[in-house]
Design a protein around this ligand. Structure first.
Ligand SMILES: Cc1cc2nc3c(=O)[nH]c(=O)nc-3n(C[C@H](O)[C@H](O)[C@H](O)COP(=O)(O)OP(=O)(O)OC[C@H]3O[C@@H](n4cnc5c(N)ncnc54)[C@H](O)[C@@H]3O)c2cc1C
Length: 488
């Protein structure tokens, strides 16, 4: 094989994106994946005629996927399509309030003003502040390495510093939301966005209020065929760029010599590469693949994000009152987050997220049926009795949804699969089964995520949700861009 070679450890969305970008740079790229399919947390499964996306369901910033096709000189529309959602979310409260959150600040604010005591202007001002935060931070915090001093010498950083007060890094999300909004239902709606990166709104900096702007202002989308279509199309693109995939192949070590990464090891053999990119959780990369390397202790010691329990239920009935994305709120988000982050347990009345992709893609469930993805936020795995937690949570979730929907749901579940932190840990090698790497519960969290490169081992790079700029599809894609842009 001629030319330089690169290996990517893991085919999560960031690993796929990194492999494509390296191939475009002219590397001969090989991806080693422990599992049997690409996608990692972004997988899919089919049971008895129901198809489920196993992980992400909220799809934002699709232009970051398009960018990969364009980079390869392809028309993204020849590979995958998506449509904008409107309404985006249906929110259900115990007092009977139902908010059908529309796309775009104007319509969203109108709906909130109609259903709650919040004024339309207040919501518009709030969303404008979220947009300002996004504009002030995205170039500095999301699109570049925070760990290269040269990246601080530019207009965007200077502008961020001048307007630092508006970023609200030293205020919590909950405090900022309470200050700007009066109706507790609306505060709870916006606090929930902390769970998008596994954080606690009672500790996480209000800078994270960029998330509602991304979803409401920039838009949420549905990929034709479901979320896994994103992975299938990127996998196809990577193969067309000549990327070689080795599935069912766990990397057991990164080989180093003279302070440089020179290849990887599997249980069978050793392979030489010029560049190594790890899409494996960075905590486990240090622990399992380079145990003798000096560790960035402060970074690895940071508290981990929350995790999730997901019930995948094939429901033998349709529910016209539900949409694609539905939230059934807890009576107290303060107690709920306190249980998850302080008590390491699950609140008996959790906020329940119910995604039904068959609402947008009828083929995902048999006629007259729906595929329910029912998710609650839970602590990461510190050895709790998960069998008991899963049993209790299922009971609590069913009771809650049965009350809201006034239907006996148990008898309608035609098939079931369950995801819990133990499986997330073993199946995707995510430290402590945390879904989102480190939690963002302090103003310094962004700076304490691991960089996209190793400062101790040359030619070793990192991408994925556990490193800068963070978790979720858009940030994982940006991590791949930042990491591979650093590869010379
Ligand atoms: C239930 C759930 C819901 C979510 N909802 C959303 C959402 O709505 N929107 C959103 O944007 N994000 C969501 N996320 C988060 C999002 O899925 C992740 O941030 C993202 O998919 C992580 O991608 P990644 O590139 O870090 O790799 P991962 O998906 O973590 O994959 C890593 C891959 O590396 C492989 N691997 C690890 N170690 C090795 C090794 N030693 N050798 C070989 N292979 C290895 C693993 O098998 C795995 O395939 C959700 C996640 C979950 C679990």
């Amino acid at each position: 094989m001629k030319g330089k070679s690169a290996v990517v450890i893991g085919s999560g969305i960031a690993g796929l994106a990194a492999s494509i970008r390296l191939a475009v740079k002219g590397f001969n790229v090989t991806v080693f994946e422990a599992g049997s399919e690409p996608g990692g947390k972004m997988g899919e499964k089919s049971i008895l005629g129901y198809r489920f996306d196993t992980g992400p369901s909220v799809f934002t910033m699709p232009h970051l996927i398009d960018e990969l096709f364009e980079l390869c000189g392809k028309n993204p529309r020849d590979y995958f399509n998506y449509s904008k959602l409107d309404p985006v979310f249906n929110y259900f409260y115990e007092d009977g309030t139902v908010i059908n959150a529309a796309h775009g600040a104007e319509k969203f604010a109108e709906e909130i003003a109609l259903k709650t005591s919040e004024k339309k202007e207040t919501v518009l001002d709030y969303l404008a502040a979220c947009e300002t935060k996004y504009k002030l931070t995205h170039k500095v915090f999301l699109e570049r390495s925070l760990h290269k001093p040269g990246n601080y010498l530019n207009y965007e950083t200077l502008n961020g510093i001048v307007n630092f007060r508006k970023i609200q890094a030293f205020k919590t999300m909950n405090d900022a939301n309470h200050k700007q909004l009066k109706d507790p239902r609306v505060v709870q709606l916006f606090n929930r966005y902390a769970s998008y990166n596994g954080s606690n709104p009672f500790h996480a900096p209000a800078t994270l209020n960029v998330i509602p702007f991304i979803e409401i202002g920039m838009g949420a989308y549905f990929p034709e065929g479901g979320m896994y279509a994103v992975i299938s199309s990127l996998f196809k693109l990577a193969q067309e760029q000549g990327v070689e995939f080795k599935f069912n192949t766990m990397v057991t070590g990164i080989i180093t010599a003279n302070g440089k990464a020179t290849g990887v090891r599997t249980s069978e053999t050793a392979y030489s590469f010029d560049v190594v990119v790890s899409n494996m959780d960075v905590f486990n990369t240090y622990q399992d693949l380079i145990p003798d390397a000096p560790k960035p202790k402060l970074t690895l010691r940071q508290p981990k994000s929350s995790s999730v329990i997901v019930f995948y239920w094939g429901m033998m009935k349709t529910f016209p009152q539900l949409g694609l994305h539905n939230i059934f709120f807890s009576r107290s988000d303060k107690e709920e987050f306190n249980y998850v982050f302080e008590k390491n347990r699950i609140f008996a009345d959790p906020t329940v997220y119910l995604n039904i992709s068959s609402k947008a893609n009828a083929a995902d469930a048999p006629e007259g049926c729906e595929n329910w993805f029912v998710m609650v936020t839970v602590p990461n795995n510190s050895g709790q009795d998960w069998d008991r937690f899963v049993r209790q949570t299922k009971k609590n979730v069913l009771t809650k949804l049965e009350t809201f929907l006034n239907t006996d749901l148990k008898s309608l579940i035609g098939c079931e699969a369950i995801l819990d932190p133990r499986r997330i840990e073993t199946e995707t090698s995510s430290a402590f089964g945390a879904v989102f790497g480190n939690a963002s519960n302090s103003p310094y969290s962004a700076f304490l995520r691991h960089p996209n490169f190793s400062s101790k081992i040359k030619n070793l790079y990192f991408c994925g949700g556990s490193v800068h700029p963070g978790p979720g599809i858009p940030l994982c894609l940006l991590s791949a861009k930042i990491a591979t842009d650093l590869v010379k």
